[in-house]
Ligand binder design. Structure first.
Ligand code: FES
Length: 186
């Protein structure tokens, strides 16, 4: 009887020690996972100055990177690329449009077309005109897999407080690929 009680006590003690060890070992991992998820949410929408207005040539799209601070378990990156954006300056009023470089078909990175004015996706040859509008198959002679136009981003020209230079500021967002309509990722 006494032996059974002792065995029960030892099992209880072993369980208690096991739980304590799991807490010590597991909690930092859970904390890191939650922090990573939180960081992922924070970089989903980034407002950033990405180019001087003077760097843009009318009718010549310019691909720029949007960066953000990122930290993994051991390393901190001050300039981690979180997205790429096409900027298009119009020849008329000099206004600037911004489009995410993420293809609305399946998410590959959209490139400039051979003419340097339009856009193509290298993965399945989706094609867009100079304003990011989806080109019909009749214009390219091949099926356009993009379900919608390139995704436009909020964009404005701001004055630098110190230098007075004009900069293009964009708001980078992520959108759900494969849909006919533009839907922001939650
Ligand atoms: S991912 Fe761009 S065309 Fe398919």
């Amino acid at each position: 009887m006494q032996q059974m009680q002792r065995r029960g006590f030892l099992q209880w003690l072993t369980g208690l020690l096991g739980a304590a060890v799991c807490s010590v070992v597991g909690l930092p991992g859970v904390k890191y996972l939650l922090e990573s998820l939180g960081r992922g949410r924070r970089t989903a929408r980034v407002v950033q100055r990405v180019a001087r207005l003077a760097d843009l040539t009318p009718g010549r799209p310019l691909l720029v990177a949007v960066t953000a601070r990122k930290q993994d378990a051991w390393t901190e990156y001050a300039q981690h690329v979180v997205g790429r954006v096409w900027l298009v300056k119009s020849g008329g009023d000099g206004g600037v449009q911004a489009f995410t470089a993420v293809c609305p078909h399946l998410g590959c990175t959209i490139q400039a077309g051979a003419d340097g004015k339009t856009f193509v996706c290298p993965c399945h040859r989706a094609a867009f005109d100079a304003q990011g509008r989806r080109l019909p198959s009749s214009a390219t002679g091949q099926e356009n897999h993009a379900p919608r136009d390139m995704d436009a981003l909020a964009c404005r020209v701001v004055q630098d407080e110190q230098t007075g230079e004009a900069w293009v500021e964009v708001t980078l967002e992520q959108f759900v690929p494969g849909l006919r309509h533009k839907v922001a990722r939650g």
